[in-house]
Design a protein around this ligand. Structure first.
Ligand code: SAH
Length: 380
């Protein structure tokens, strides 16, 4: 693969090689890492981690997301936020928090659409939770024309007493996962170690000891067949605990949009994507985006377990259509008939079963007592 040399990359080859070399040295000294620890190093290493160093999103980069496909996605989320503000009784202050805002496209489109409700727009304070300095700079640039006050943090900000709305599109999929494999009636953790035949290569190995029962036990996984692989995402627990405290104390909603099944599925879903191509997850730490499917059943359980109400998951396709995506597309086409094909293609990519429509799901957490959120069936 000629383009893997990284000549076009914003990041010097030497440092990226260095991450792989440092990981190999660490594995040689300390022994294998969990898959989650490997993901954390590959994504967040301060010098050479993927999110720490790159601006990966867009047609020319590594992957493309819904807000990059179409302005309609962020616009509808902006209108959904207006509806949530109304559901909250039109408070004078609303804190809108986006987790992992990428290029800033979603927030930019949402704020523009929200101008239809000036009182909402005036109530807004925005916080962007972003770990990547490169992406923080891209977001500041993209949002430089807005009059809404915006600040940046790298963890969920304190929000005073104001109700809040939290949005995370393709945020949870990059939180690291641990993997466990079933054998001899027990779960064994899948780890990342060194290839015994080539100490420069990383390879999956199995923990020599079975995992303690409580790690997989609470999910009634005792019946799983030998060879089954389960993924667990430890970062969801503290995230949803914090969201639960905030929303319970101040009122509000959190909206999570991501790819993954509505019910738990077994199987290895760790994937590495570089320039729109899948690559081997252990081969290029720091150079490829690493994600794994979101288990929406587990996310829903965490939401309910933290005193919140859960709506969904709905499929992205049905949720966007219920919010009026087709009407918005028709209005845009009426404004610019020469853009018909482009807009129709965007609509298809967001909603079609063979594109993002079914694989991507939307799950909403609400503080107790609010009306059902827009876009979800009334009875989940
Ligand atoms: N929501 C955007 C970007 C998705 S990519 C979109 O839909 O286009 C994931 C985003 O989350 C990136 O902005 C990445 O830098 C950020 N991110 C990943 N892990 C993070 C973490 N632990 N804390 C804060 N931001 C994180």
């Amino acid at each position: 693969m000629a383009d893997q040399t990284g000549e076009n990359s914003a990041f010097p080859q030497g440092l990226r090689d260095d991450l792989k070399r440092r990981l190999a040295q660490r594995l040689a000294c300390d022994g294998p890492l969990t898959v989650a620890a490997f993901m954390a190093e590959a994504l967040y290493d301060r010098q050479a981690g993927y999110y720490a160093t790159k601006d990966p999103i867009g047609a020319e980069r590594d992957f493309i997301t819904a807000p990059e496909i179409s302005q309609m996605f962020g616009e509808l989320i902006g209108l959904w936020c207006v509806q949530t503000w109304k559901d909250l009784g039109e408070p004078e202050r609303l804190h809108l928090i986006e987790l992992g805002p990428g290029s800033g496209a979603l927030m930019s489109d949402a704020l523009r659409a929200a101008r239809v409700a000036p009182d909402f727009a005036n109530a807004l304070r925005v916080s962007l939770v972003e770990i990547s300095p490169a992406l923080q700079a891209a977001q500041a640039q993209k949002l430089s024309n807005t009059s809404t006050p915006i600040d940046w943090t790298d963890t969920l900000p304190k929000t005073g007493n104001a109700p809040c709305v939290i949005i995370g599109n393709e945020f949870i999929d990059c939180l690291p996962v641990r993997q466990f494999i079933r054998a001899q009636g027990q779960w064994w953790e899948r780890l990342v170690g060194l290839d015994p035949n080539d100490h420069d290569r990383l390879a999956f190995v199995l923990s020599p000891l079975p995992a303690p029962d409580h790690i997989c036990g609470e999910f009634e996984l005792h019946e799983a067949e030998d060879g089954a692989l389960i993924e667990i995402r430890p970062g969801v627990t503290p995230l949803i605990e914090t969201v639960g405290h905030r929303l319970s104390a101040q009122g509000g909603r959190a909206l999570f949009i991501d790819y993954g099944p509505a019910e738990r599925e077994f199987g290895d879903t760790l994937q590495a994507v570089r320039r729109h191509q899948k690559v081997l997850p252990l081969d290029t730490p720091g150079e490829a985006d690493l994600t794994a499917r979101v288990d929406f059943a587990a996310l829903r359980r965490a939401i309910l377990g933290n005193g919140l109400e859960a709506s969904g998951p709905a499929t992205q396709g049905e949720w966007l259509v219920r919010l009026g995506l087709e009407h918005r597309a028709a209005a845009l086409i009426a404004q610019s008939p020469d853009q018909r094909t482009r807009i129709a293609t965007q609509l298809l990519r967001l909603t079609d079963d063979n594109e993002m429509g079914t694989l991507f799901k939307v799950l909403c957490a609400s503080s107790v007592g609010l009306p059902p959120p827009a876009g979800f069936e009334e009875s989940p």
